[in-house]
Design a binder for this molecule. Structure first.
Ligand code: HEM
Length: 496
């Protein structure tokens, strides 16, 4: 056998030689035909919670065991600070939080952005989101008038939900008022949609799996006109805000303003309650952001674009799946309606305390986590669960299968919100739709607020039914976002 062949054999039997289960040889699971969630489930059934894989010349280890996940996300955060490196083209998108190595720049940008997501900021946002929710319900009601029916209409709820979420994110990030359902042709709505419309195409695969080659070839996975639009928009808005120089009382504290103002805040203001919460609950030292930290305009642009990409499709899919499950379970929908029917106070605090609403949301995120991969890369060699994990290995959690593990979830494939009513989580790391540890989703609080408000308003006003043709949900092949192509449901207006 030639030396090269011996080397390859040695390289691709690394896991086998350690007694770790898994497929042999070079097999990037994301490139396998079929849907990522289905392939993950097959692997779980064949290999169990922990198994090795190879992605070209990189090693990967799936770690769907809550104790090992805690080790990676929290206990050994110093080793696992980085997400997988990807190449998204120019800096105005590359420098986003998710893509940054967990170094000082990530810490600085996360510290500057976190204050936008504190509970007090979220509470202040609530009246704006409520107005958007009312306009959304009103525009949906109009669809009945347009089709001149008082009975039932069928529509793709994913499409209409994406309009609500576009309006919510535009308001949160820029205080821009859009009514995307009424006027879908505005550039911000059109380009917003375009950024997310990424198929699992060659340029994306290259950017995710071989970022250095993508950089060399100057491959851009996202549509350049959409990126340029957001780049110019952020530049223009920052310039306008700085020139306006409004007094504190006149300023709307949206996300952009928080980034612009960061250099004027005191130390205390930057150590926000949600940063404290995450670090305290995970028993790790809290980072100490310092005052005077600023973001360049390019860094601000990258975060604004990320918020569209990270926050839009994920929340749309989560809500669309929830309505899909409710339509299949009229009894659960009825129970939810009974709880929210008389809600008139849409404050963040009130919605957060509705037990069944929150149970429905958790159960939907359990069965249909919008993100199918949460990854960390080992900075240096480490032993996990008696397995040697060499530097550079990608440690991967696949929430779709973790959430279906019968060790933690009884009757795991059934939609049953009651499992979350008055019951503690079976393990703090058994439910991870938002990831975990210091790099967990920064927008979780905002996403939950959007979901609670939107669901309450929708269920108060409409009844959701399975479509007459009841098509199965279809997904994008090889895509690590669990995003249905469309979710067609029947809708009936409730008599008020
Ligand atoms: C249901 C909706 C959402 C889900 C399921 C979700 C899920 C996730 C997951 C799984 C991660 C990776 C976490 C990890 O590596 O541990 C993440 C990261 C992130 N998400 Fe979300 N997300 C949602 C909505 C949002 C929204 C609305 C925003 C912003 C407005 C947002 C902003 C971010 C950011 C900035 C990161 C990167 C954090 C970092 O690396 O420091 N997400 N999200």
């Amino acid at each position: 056998m030639s030396k090269q062949l011996m080397y390859l054999k040695h390289r691709f039997t690394f896991w086998e030689r350690q007694g770790v289960a898994g497929h042999e040889g070079l097999e990037p699971s994301i490139l396998k035909p079929g849907f990522v969630h289905e392939n993950d489930l097959k692997n779980f059934q064949e290999f169990g919670h922990i198994y090795g894989y190879y992605e070209f010349f990189r090693r990967g280890l799936v770690i769907n065991d809550p104790d090992v996940i805690r080790d990676v996300f929290v206990r050994h955060f110093d080793v696992f600070r980085d997400n997988r490196e990807m190449y998204f083209g120019e800096d105005s998108i590359n420098l986003n939080l998710f893509n940054l190595k967990g170094d000082d720049r990530w810490k600085r940008i996360r510290s500057v952005c976190s204050p936008a997501f504190t509970s007090s900021k979220m509470k202040a946002m609530m009246p704006y989101i409520e107005i958007i929710g009312d306009e959304f319900v009103h525009s949906l009601g109009h669809l009945f008038d347009e089709t001149q029916t008082n009975g039932s209409i069928e529509l793709d709820v994913k499409r209409v939900l994406s309009a609500f979420l576009t309006d919510a994110i535009n308001s949160f990030a820029f205080s821009i008022k859009t009514n995307a359902l009424k006027d879908p042709n505005q550039p911000i709505v059109e380009f917003g949609r375009k950024v997310f419309a990424v198929e699992s195409k060659f340029s994306l695969i290259l950017s995710v799996m071989l970022p250095n080659v993508a950089k060399l070839l100057r491959v851009q996975p996202f549509p350049t006109d959409a990126i340029n639009y957001f780049k110019e928009l952020t530049h223009k808005l920052v310039k306008e805000r700085v020139e306006e120089n409004l007094t504190e009382s006149k300023k709307r504290k949206d996300f952009l303003q928080i980034m612009i103002d960061a250099n004027r805040e005191s130390d205390d203001a930057l150590v926000t309650d949600d940063i404290k919460e995450i670090f305290e609950s995970h028993d790790i030292p809290e980072p100490k952001p310092t005052a005077g930290q600023t973001l360049s305009t390019i860094e601000m642009t990258a975060q604004c674009i990320l918020f569209f990409v990270a926050g839009f499709d994920t929340t749309t899919s989560a809500l669309a799946h929830t309505l899909h499950y409710l339509s299949k379970h009229p009894d659960i929908q009825r129970k939810l309606y009974d709880e929210v029917e008389s809600v008139a106070d849409f404050s963040a605090d009130t919605l957060a305390t509705l037990p069944y609403l929150n149970a429905v949301i958790h159960e939907s995120l359990r069965l249909a986590p919008p993100v199918l991969r949460v990854e960390r890369v080992a900075k240096h060699d480490i032993t996990l669960n008696n397995i040697l994990v060499p530097a550079g290995t990608i440690c991967t959690v696949t929430p779709y299968t973790l959430h279906r593990d019968s060790r933690w979830w009884s009757d795991p494939h059934t939609f049953n919100p009651d499992r979350f009513v008055d019951s503690p989580l079976p393990h703090p790391y058994a439910l991870l739709p938002f990831g975990g540890g210091p790099r967990m989703c920064l927008g979780m609080r905002f996403a939950l607020i959007e979901m609670r408000l939107c669901l309450t308003k929708l269920v108060q006003n409409f009844r959701f039914k399975t479509s007459a043709s009841d098509p199965h949900l279809e997904y994008y092949m090889g895509n690590a976002f669990f995003s249905p192509k469309e979710v067609v449901l029947g809708l009936e207006k409730r008599d008020k």
